[in-house]
Write a protein that binds this ligand. Structure first.
Ligand SMILES: Nc1ncnc2c1ncn2[C@@H]1O[C@H](COP(=O)(O)OP(=O)(O)O)[C@@H](O)[C@H]1O
Ligand SMILES: [Mg+2]
Length: 357
């Protein structure tokens, strides 16, 4: 549906997009995510036609749209601040694009009715914008963006002005509506957890480049590099070297300063002799009291902090000089852990490995 080909964008001599290529499928929700300033908004504005492209191509449904003004593109953008018209009612805001496109009055009324129904603002058509809550304004902006049935919907941090609870509710609503309408959507957020929760695929950006494109599971479980691994959640990194790989079972021995671990290798980019970084997620490690020396993938450590928070306990364990963060879910034995000093840490067989350059 949408193809970006080697897109570069300069502001003066400052190159803020450094060759971005991506294909978005019909009906897909794709999220640009990355630290502030990495170029997400710029890329979204380029697609919408609000910023000129320096070089590269944007293809929408087979047509090159680089030079079309925003209103002639089959895209609609929802800006971060909603950009609603304060002197108009909800219905007038939602129907604005239809009026500009010279729809007859009765057809506008019918379409606005349908859109307000869709975002559950049936009763609010005559309200002025400043008499709405943040969440309601968000829905108006969303309905207005959908009014002309664009081929691609562009959403720039649509939830960032809402409080935390409403953000969760609205993100589910957006996702449900997007799936129901099967509308191709590009979503921008700096919030990696929001991105994981809402997207079919994430596009992780850094400094004007795409670092990785993948489903939430791929990005979290099989990050392409250290930056991505650490961006989508906490990681305990551990240096290692591949000692052996069994070609049949894929049983793999990884030697580290803390002993040799056995894992099941699922990647095919790793060879015997490679230096690697083990990506050990806090929730993947199991923790128990005391320590039986010598078990497979077992390390003995001392418990430095234990923070009980109901559904989980956050723990810091020292393995010699090395600090490991471990999330213990369903911490039924909290009392015992609080008093424990020696603990046993089990490294999972499923750890992901990053090959060192
Ligand atoms: N109109 C502009 N003029 C000059 N520089 C800009 C302009 N808009 C954005 N930039 C710069 O481009 C980079 C990317 O910005 P932006 O796309 O807004 O990032 P993000 O949305 O990921 O936070 C930043 O370094 C920002 O300062
Ligand atoms: Mg931005």
């Amino acid at each position: 549906m949408l193809i970006l080909k080697n897109i570069h964008k300069f502001y003066g001599t400052n190159e803020v997009l450094k060759g971005v290529s991506l294909e978005v499928k019909q009906g897909e929700l794709v999220t640009f995510v990355g630290p502030s300033g990495c170029g997400k908004t710029t890329l979204l504005r380029l697609i919408g036609g609000f910023t000129d492209i320096s070089s590269g191509d944007i293809i929408l449904d087979g047509q090159r749209i680089n030079d079309l003004p925003p209103n002639l593109r089959d895209t609609r953008i929802c800006f971060q601040n909603y950009a609603l018209f304060p002197h108009m009612t909800v219905a007038e805001n939602v129907g604005y694009g239809l009026k500009i496109n010279k729809w007859p009055k009765h057809k506008i009324a019918a379409r606005v009715h349908e859109l307000l129904d869709m975002v559950e603002l049936q009763a609010f058509g005559d309200r002025m914008i400043d008499k709405l809550s943040g969440g309601q304004q968000q829905r108006v902006a969303f309905a207005r963006a959908l009014s002309l049935e664009p081929k691609v919907l562009l959403l720039d941090e649509p939830l960032s002005n809402l409080d935390a609870n409403l953000r969760l509710v609205m993100r589910e609503e957006i996702r449900k509506l997007q799936e129901r309408l099967h509308i191709t959507t590009v979503f921008v957020t700096h919030d990696q957890f929001e991105a994981m929760a809402i997207s079919d695929r994430l596009v992780v950006m850094k400094d004007g480049l795409i670092e990785q494109v993948g489903s939430p599971i791929e990005i979290y479980e099989r990050p392409a590099n250290e930056f991505i691994a650490a961006f989508v959640g906490y990681v305990n990194f551990m240096d290692g070297r591949i000692e052996s790989i069994d070609p049949v079972t894929r049983n793999t021995a990884v030697s580290t300063p803390y002993g040799t671990f056995e894992i099941t290798l699922e990647q095919d980019d790793i060879r015997t002799g490679d230096d690697v970084l083990m990506v050990i997620r806090p929730e993947s490690v199991s923790l128990s009291i005391d320590c039986k020396q010598g078990g497979k993938n077992i390390l003995c450590g001392s418990l430095k902090t234990y923070m009980y928070a109901g559904s989980l306990a956050k723990c810091t364990v020292m393995i010699g000089e090395k600090k490991m963060i471990i999330d213990q879910y369903n911490p039924r034995d909290a009392q015992h852990f609080k008093l424990a000093d020696k603990v046993e840490v089990e490294i999972p067989r499923s750890v992901h490995l990053l090959k060192k350059k």
